[in-house]
Design a protein around this ligand. Structure first.
Ligand SMILES: NC(=O)C1=CN([C@@H]2O[C@H](COP(=O)(O)OP(=O)(O)OC[C@H]3O[C@@H](n4cnc5c(N)ncnc54)[C@H](OP(=O)(O)O)[C@@H]3O)[C@@H](O)[C@H]2O)[C@@H](O)CC1
Ligand SMILES: Nc1ncnc2c1ncn2[C@@H]1O[C@H](COP(=O)(O)OP(=O)(O)O)[C@@H](O)[C@H]1O
Ligand SMILES: [K+]
Length: 505
């Protein structure tokens, strides 16, 4: 699914209004109804609701929401901040529609800002996607007081003060929402870790924006929906055999880190690979043969770390390398040989990333359109350099993928997948239970298996990251977030694939 900029969202609104031959006020009413539907499911009508409205259409939404909540028996108070002389037409229309019983006050100076009860329910309708500059003066003061009030804040469309798709200048005041309910499409800002305390939990509610407009609009930013990945999933064929689904090689494990090889291997097998061979330091032989009996095990001549590539490496369809391998000099040499000689797709993780990050020569040797890197942010920084904020990191991700013609899954709460053509896909599955050692090794195994099954590299990244997060979400239901381990993810991979095989309701 596409992510749109604030400017494109404005165009989508205008296009929809024209296409459906309706008044813009009607689209605002739809938005207000969609928001109110979510609100009713979340908060009981016994709640006293304080709606803070700005001068634009976001404020107009707030006024419409206040009216709808009043109709649904909530006790509502409205506060209009600033000068309404400049207010938008739809704001003015909704102000007129506000029933007399709903108290509406104007905040014209600091002393007008109300003191809220200890447990207050606030709707933030100050600014949405039309924000053009940092909040100052009265707006800044209101937002600061709301943030300090301890109120439960729900933002309409955007937390007020946060830029939709570019870096908000340093030190600006922004609403710290508990929930953000966004219209039709999530906004780029929601996917960036630096905005966690402002956006809170976000959800999207549909308002029927023109599908024709959205399908025609140009963007290189996407987020993955269940529907997107279901379309990628390949059925297994009746007359297929293990040779149909690829022979993967994992170069993983080291003395004291043989578990990384076990996790990657078990995840690879649970993701549909036909055959799996692991090459690991000889100290791992018994461990691997015992823990992963389905895999074949080759031993490196070195007892403790990887020092050689296997013979006949060409027979493999894909090679996953990195988890647990360390950065000893013979391992560095082996990684250099791999990059120089391998004609296969490579899934490169962990210490293999660190080794390449430390050598410009190795970076130059990266085979084009054959490599997937799976770094966490620290590994990415080693590979691509330091950045000052999440927007810079995103740009660096695109630049690196384009320069080296590679794929990168930059791991995190919303893993960002960069492609050689400069596209970025944000993942939408996963949870904080996955923030535990070994879950990255699992991802390496999953993606390696998918490449082995002839998914192209872009598909393997998108599907692999999604199903890995989905396994985490399914594990959440059985073991919760605190007790979740990487092995739980592996155990839930089969169920995750089964979920994707179910038709969407
Ligand atoms: N379009 C539609 O049909 C639909 C839109 N919808 C809703 O509308 C929202 C977008 O509405 P919007 O474009 O009116 O922008 P909004 O966020 O209310 O703010 C703009 C106003 O604020 C002002 N301003 C900006 N920055 C400022 C600052 N720092 N400090 C002070 N003032 C500042 C700016 O005036 P300026 O001074 O820049 O001329 C202008 O007056 C969107 O998020 C969604 O909620 C839905 O109802 C669906 C249908
Ligand atoms: N808060 C979170 N929400 C969703 N996914 C997460 C979260 N924290 C970590 N993950 C996922 O868990 C994995 C962690 O990988 P990584 O840091 O490489 O772990 P390790 O090196 O221990 O295997 C990544 O796939 C990441 O996206
Ligand atoms: K808002």
């Amino acid at each position: 699914m596409k992510l749109l900029t604030a400017a494109q969202i404005r165009e989508a609104d205008a296009y929809t209004i024209q296409e459906e031959n309706m008044a813009s006020l009607e689209l605002m009413e739809r938005a207000a109804r969609a928001f109110t539907g979510w609100f009713e499911n979340k908060f009981l009508p016994t709640e006293e609701v304080f709606v803070f409205c700005g001068p634009g259409n976001n404020g107009g939404d707030g006024l419409a929401v206040a009216r709808l909540l009043h109709q649904r028996k909530y006790k509502v108070q409205v506060f209009i901040v600033g000068d309404t002389a400049k207010a938008s037409e739809d704001f003015k229309a909704n102000l007129e529609r506000l029933p007399e019983e709903v108290q509406a006050q104007t905040i014209e100076e600091e002393k007008d800002i109300p003191e809220l009860p200890l447990i207050a329910c606030v709707v933030d309708a100050l600014f949405g996607t039309g924000l053009t500059r940092p909040l100052t003066g009265l707006y800044e003061e209101v937002v600061e007081q709301l943030n300090n009030s301890g109120a439960c804040i729900t933002s309409i469309d955007m937390p007020s003060g946060l830029y939709t798709d570019s870096q908000t200048p340093e030190g600006c005041t922004i609403i710290k929402a508990d929930n953000t309910i966004s219209f039709q499409l999530p906004k780029l800002a929601f996917f960036l870790p630096q905005h966690e305390e402002y956006v809170g939990d976000w959800q999207v509610v549909p308002i029927g924006l023109s599908e024709q407009f959205v399908s025609g609009v140009e963007t290189d930013l996407y987020y993955t929906s269940r529907r997107d990945v279901q379309q990628l999933l390949k059925p297994r064929r009746k007359f297929s055999h293990k040779g149909t689904y690829g022979h993967a090689l994992l170069l993983c494990g080291g003395y004291g880190k043989m578990g990384a090889a076990v996790l990657a291997a078990r995840a690879c097998l649970r993701s549909g690979v036909g055959l799996l061979t692991i090459q690991a330091p000889s100290a791992g032989y018994t461990v691997l043969q015992t823990a992963v009996p389905e895999a074949m095990t080759l031993t490196d001549p070195n007892r403790r770390h990887l020092s050689e590539l296997p013979e006949a490496i060409d027979k493999f369809d894909v090679i996953g390398v990195g988890p647990g391998i360390g950065t000893e000099p013979p391992t560095k040499t082996a990684i250099g040989q791999l990059l120089a000689t391998s004609s296969h797709p490579l899934v490169i993780d962990a210490d293999a990333i660190n080794i390449i990050a430390g050598s410009d020569r190795l970076k130059e040797q990266l085979p084009k359109n054959k490599v997937i890197f799976t770094p966490h942010p620290k590994e990415f920084e080693r590979l691509a350099g330091k950045v000052n904020n999440d927007y810079e990191r995103l740009q660096r991700l695109r630049d690196f993928c384009q320069e080296h013609q590679c794929y990168i899954t930059l791991k995190g709460s919303h893993t960002a997948i960069g492609t050689p053509s400069g596209k970025v896909y944000f993942n939408t599955t996963g949870n904080s239970g996955m923030a535990t050692g070994g879950t990255g090794d699992v991802l390496t195994g999953v993606i390696t298996a998918l490449v082995g099954q002839q998914y192209n590299l872009e598909e393997a990244c998108i599907l692999g990251v999604y199903v890995h997060g989905l396994a985490g979400d399914l594990a959440l239901r059985t073991v919760g977030d605190i007790g979740m381990t990487a092995s739980d993810l592996i155990d839930h991979l089969p169920k995750a694939f089964m979920c994707l095989q179910q038709p969407m309701s």
